[in-house]
Design a protein around this ligand. Structure first.
Ligand code: MN
Length: 248
């Protein structure tokens, strides 16, 4: 297969090399990633300036843009071939629950999906990141499985992997996104001139993290696979809102 690999941690991150090298054994892999860490970039595109592409010493395309730029440009004009699938990651840190809205890792997969290709996003649970090789083996296995047993074409697979040796993985679970408490407060500090600046605070703790969720699966040493869709419409509110708008 021809595989387009991207990420949001940047082309020099260990996770993208682990993914690309694992897939290269049996496939033709092209890596197009951002030239720096873009975690939290979500689905942003660079529209206010041109984007430049350079090659890294190991043959990866390095783009001074966002993860979405990488996949968008790769598919819409930069590369002279069409990939069979877009694979994103392996992210340094899980992307579960509300994280997927902010994630550049998931966004790179989403962009592949938008442009018509199957897509998967891979994230390794923190905090130590000792077992990228476990995540890479999982990615290779899921790719082989999807080749043999294709899934619905409009589905993005969001895969989170526990940071343990492969023999300690208990199996695979299809999960739904959990839910976090609201984010921790912003952290104020001073710049060198004494003015107040802020760090965005950490994500909230897990709120909805019971059986069936991504949080629960990974905490119990299962690989979590959550199917994602792009349509954010809240269908369950439509009937009520149709009545509500009648009264305007
Ligand atoms: Mn990241």
């Amino acid at each position: 297969m021809k595989i387009l690999v991207s990420n949001d941690d940047g082309v020099y991150a260990p996770g993208i090399a682990a993914l690309a090298e694992a897939l290269s054994e049996n496939h033709q892999v092209t890596v197009v990633g951002p030239d720096r860490n873009c975690s939290g970039a979500s689905n942003s595109l660079t529209l206010d300036r041109p984007v430049r592409v350079t090659m890294t010493p190991n043959g990866y395309y390095s783009v001074n843009g966002t993860p979405t730029d990488c996949v968008h440009l790769a598919i819409t004009g930069m590369l002279d071939f069409e990939p069979d699938i877009v694979m994103s990651g392996i992210n340094e840190g899980s992307n579960m629950g509300d994280d997927v809205i902010y994630s550049g890792t998931v966004a790179a997969a989403t962009e592949g999906r938008y442009l018509g290709y199957p897509a998967m996003a891979f994230s390794l649970m923190g905090p130590n990141f000792d077992y990228y090789d476990t995540a890479a083996k999982v990615a290779r296995k899921l790719l082989a499985h999807v080749q043999k047993h294709p899934i619905a074409p409009d589905t993005i697979l969001n895969v989170n992997i526990p940071d343990v040796p492969i023999h300690q993985i208990n199996g695979y679970k299809i999960t739904r996104l959990g839910y976090r408490h609201r984010a921790e407060p912003a952290i104020p500090t001073k710049d060198p001139r004494g003015r107040t600046v802020y760090w965005v605070g950490p994500a909230g703790t897990e709120e909805d993290a019971g059986p069936g969720t991504d949080f629960h699966a990974v905490r119990n040493s299962f690989v979590s696979i959550t199917p994602l869709q792009i349509d954010l419409t809240r269908y369950s509110a439509m009937d009520e809102l149709n009545e509500w708008i009648e009264k305007i």
